[in-house]
Design a protein around this ligand. Structure first.
Ligand SMILES: NC(=O)c1ccc[n+]([C@@H]2O[C@H](COP(=O)([O-])OP(=O)(O)OC[C@H]3O[C@@H](n4cnc5c(N)ncnc54)[C@H](O)[C@@H]3O)[C@@H](O)[C@H]2O)c1
Length: 254
């Protein structure tokens, strides 16, 4: 797909940052939505005029509405939206001490990972609807981020798996909705990719995760996620699909 403008949420770190770097390298202008702070400033410092920062929390509807609007003024038009903003929080359905799952935590994970993704995706699709269609009638493409936890969630991942299962489940209905305006929707379900999301984990735990991979026996690289985003954008026949990017690994219960 010919992309002049892209919009990436969670683009200040990890999978989103690698995607921003890859899109800038192919000559696109990229709007990056993330929480305000040093990481977002670092993207601007690295890419200068090819990047526009949208400092916002994806759960803040007003900030997201006005952030997307100002990004659209800067971009002119957007053909690719990549939804990476997300968090991982873990807690058992009943804790070892017999206490119930903290509901505030459950709602927070759903709010950021699901509602935050859907809100931005809907705004971007709306903006794409006024693009000139290409020869296939295509006006744009959205790539959302689930997780292998959507399918093989581990102990303590009820909230996270619910959020990523929702992303996987809404992929097809969104693709069906947006077929009317020529916008494709695909989702990537990554396995364990080495990003700052695991900063709280001890290095030996991360190393143990690497040895659990089927093949290759290493953690995924953010650039491998970015490469798949670019392939989805360029392969017009991919639509309504959830693609695992996980080295063939199926997560054990814990
Ligand atoms: N790294 C992995 O192994 C892995 C595996 C499966 C799925 N994922 C998913 O990939 C996505 C990206 O994860 P990552 O590994 O790059 O993590 P990361 O922590 O490096 O990046 C996530 C980004 O999202 C931003 N973010 C978080 N909450 C936000 C909010 N409320 N508003 C705006 N921005 C917010 C963070 O500031 C951060 O820049 C997440 O949705 C995560 O669940 C990651």
């Amino acid at each position: 797909m010919h992309i002049t403008g892209a919009f990436v949420t969670g683009g200040a770190s990890g999978l989103g940052r690698a995607t921003v770097d890859s899109l800038v390298a192919r000559g696109c202008k990229v709007a990056v939505l993330d929480l305000p702070g040093e990481k977002l400033n670092a993207v601007l410092a690295a890419h200068g005029p090819q990047v526009f920062a949208v400092p916002a929390d994806v759960t803040d509807e007003t900030a997201v509405d006005s952030g997307v609007e100002s990004a659209m003024q800067w971009l002119g038009s957007v053909q690719l939206g990549v939804l990476c903003a997300g968090i991982v929080l873990g807690s058992r359905t009943v804790g070892r001490d017999g206490s119930a799952h903290p509901m505030g935590m459950f709602r927070k994970v759903l709010d950021i990972n699901v509602a935050g993704t859907f809100h931005v995706a809907s705004l971007l699709a709306s903006a794409m609807s006024s693009n000139e269609p290409d020869d296939d009638g295509q006006r744009g493409c959205l790539v959302m981020t689930a997780s292998v936890a959507a399918f093989d969630g581990q102990i303590g991942q009820a909230a996270y798996s619910a959020s990523k299962g929702a992303i996987a489940s809404m992929t097809l209905p969104m693709a069906r909705d947006l077929s009317a305006i020529g916008v494709r929707v695909c989702t990537i379900a990554p396995g364990v990719v080495e990003t700052p999301i695991y900063d709280q984990l001890a290095p030996e735990v991360l190393q143990a995760l690497a040895t659990q991979q089927l093949f290759p026996k290493r953690l995924g690289r953010p650039a491998e996620y970015a490469a798949l985003v670019n392939h989805i954008a360029d392969n017009t026949f991919l639509n309504g699909e959830v693609i695992r990017l996980d080295a063939g690994t199926r997560l054990p219960p814990k």
